[in-house]
Design a protein around this ligand. Structure first.
Ligand code: E4P
Length: 216
């Protein structure tokens, strides 16, 4: 499973990229606003920090406006992935862009039928929001299982990008279901490295090592 980080904080992205385990980045208008930086400028910088796809989201709601914005965004770098909302105009834009060989991430997916439509529109990635789905009393991970089943039934190549990930269990369940990608905030990804018994084990080994009086 590929790991994307969901942030526009370039220091956090650089930090995670240095592990060699980061496969891409997702952003959205809220994350750009949080960064306090110019959209084009910060997206360009992010594209230089990772080799994988960097999702940059259009703001327009109509097809023509989305195409105009996508045109600007895709000139930033080869690894820009245009993010469009799951609406009729969004999928129309997805069909057009993917036909031209541009990567497209269809975002704000909350049903398996929406995911089916995105795959038919040639999306590179479909982003079901598991956290927000859970928050509203639905079964976020159940949605991922349904999409996996449908995509496998028809051998769709659209990758399932689990979004709105809130904790390690979402990551674990995504991997068990066979999602292609998950995107999570930096803190959630960093949390995956941690285990209390790892810390305790290191502490014990170092204490015993100190007793040997040796150096390495
Ligand atoms: C994904 O591409 C979105 O940017 C993101 O995962 C939304 O997550 P949130 O529900 O935590 O805002």
């Amino acid at each position: 499973m590929k790991f994307f980080v969901d942030t526009a904080d370039t220091a956090e992205i650089a930090d995670l990229a240095a592990t060699g385990l980061l496969d891409g980045v997702t952003t959205n208008p809220s994350l750009i606003a949080k960064s306090g930086r110019d959209f084009m400028e910060v997206t360009r910088e992010i594209c230089g920090l990772v080799h994988g796809p960097v999702s940059a989201e259009v703001i327009s709601l109509d097809h023509e406006g989305m195409m105009r914005e996508a045109e600007k965004l895709r000139k930033i770098a080869d690894n820009v992935c245009i993010k469009v909302p799951l609406t009729i105009d969004g999928l129309k834009t997805c069909k057009k862009l993917s036909g031209d060989g541009t990567m497209v991430n269809v975002t704000l997916c909350f049903s398996a039928n929406q995911a089916l439509l995105a795959a038919k529109a040639g999306a590179t990635f479909i982003s079901p929001f598991v956290g927000r789905h859970d928050d509203n009393g639905f079964d976020g991970m159940g949605l991922i299982s349904d999409i996996r089943l449908i995509y496998d039934n028809y051998s769709f190549e659209t990758e399932i990008l689990v979004a709105s990930v809130r904790h390690g269990i979402h990551v674990l369940e995504s991997a068990k279901i066979g999602a292609d990608v998950m995107t999570a905030p930096p803190a959630v990804i960093k949390g995956l490295f941690k285990h209390v018994l790892t810390d305790k084990g290191i502490e014990g080994f170092l204490a015993d090592w100190a007793k040997t009086g040796q150096t390495l």
